[in-house]
Design a protein around this ligand. Sequence first.
Ligand code: AMP
Ligand code: GLY
Length: 423
Amino acid sequence: MRILILGSGGREHTLAWKMSQSPLCDSLFVAPGNSGTGQVATNIEIDPTNFEAVIGFVKSEAIDMVVVGPEAPLVHGIHDAIKSNKALKNVAVIGPAKAAAELEGSKAFAKAFMNRHNIPTAAYDVFTVETLENGLQFLSTLKPPYVLKADGLAAGKGVLIIDNLNEAQAVLKDMLENQTFGEASRTVVIEEFLSGIELSCFVLTDGKSYKILPMAKDYKRIGEGDTGLNTGGMGAVSPVPFVDEVFFNKVESRIVRPTIAGLQKDQLPYVGVVFIGLIKVKDDPFVIEYNVRFGDPETEVVVPRIKTDLVELFVSLNEGRLKDYQLEIDERTSATVMMVSGGYPGHYQNGKEISGLDDVAGVHLFHAGAIKKNDKTVTNGGRVMAVSAFGENHKVATKKIYDQIDTIKFDGRYYRKDIGFDL
Ligand code: AMP
Ligand code: GLY
């Protein structure tokens, strides 16, 4: 098969690394890719949200399968754009249609979906500039902290958690009246705050049946001890030790099954992965959010644990035969630590030379914001390099990483030294 992956992060390097090992994979392209994908596939300079360019490439290169990494192309309808092109209707697109991608594209849509299908989530209400007064009033009925979410895509920055009522009311006003998050905050979701520990659950579905991939835990904050600003993710571990059989069964019966059944009832076509952001409150799971793609850096720990052929898995998704696919999972723990640019998640500089990449042992590198420039590998993003390892538990796996990580050097480099600290 001829396969195109859209995206350029650690997630896409991991998918490319795994798919390139499949005997079903004849040619593999990544658009635009990074220095890591360039080792296992051919990078092409196409922006994944430029649908005309993507479709042109799919046609000219006779691509059989498109795997969509990031959310933006899905929310903007890349699935529909490819499938509605007569010449391309048989191309497999791994990633849902636009209508279903609203689960990530609109938090209000996702909350209404959960309510409709009795899926446990935080209590909420939705406001626009016309109902601002009601929103201010609603905030005053809640207990702090206050959770305010821009409805639309906001590059992971649209969720604000505020301790003080006056401040929360001022921020709501600002979001709605001044559109602090642009179009994304025309509508704002206000939620009850849930207190607990978060985890990530990837569910593969062909629209009929589903398979739950190993759970992972992501470390979102920039600072050690889960402090400071939110990032795209500073590290991850899989499996998650606190997910026992009882909790897993609750997740499956209360959340996964009603989600997949809800997609069918609402006639939302879905071929791909539903990434459910969960929070464990006391002993019960609640949904924090849906994403319609693989998570990053969770992919860097979940995909290496899949022992079976990922291309075959995606083919079975596309052909509606997921039920027959025999998924085999590596029992070991996988961990990853993300090396980031100095200043991230705020302002940072690109173009710093990265050294030591060939000198590490016992760990696997998934490149993220890193590209080849002349003969050098240089930084090209906030999250630069995911350093991953296996171990019999998360302590062993993270120790292997921390023993090696300082071999990789670039100006301003930062990473958290405590991934897995709370497990
Ligand atoms: P989201 O973009 O919806 O994942 O939100 C970003 C982060 O905000 C989540 O990972 C949580 O840490 C936090 N968060 C979102 N909603 C809530 C909530 N209702 N209660 C507590 N924390 C939340
Ligand atoms: N690691 C969280 C995400 O991919 O959204």
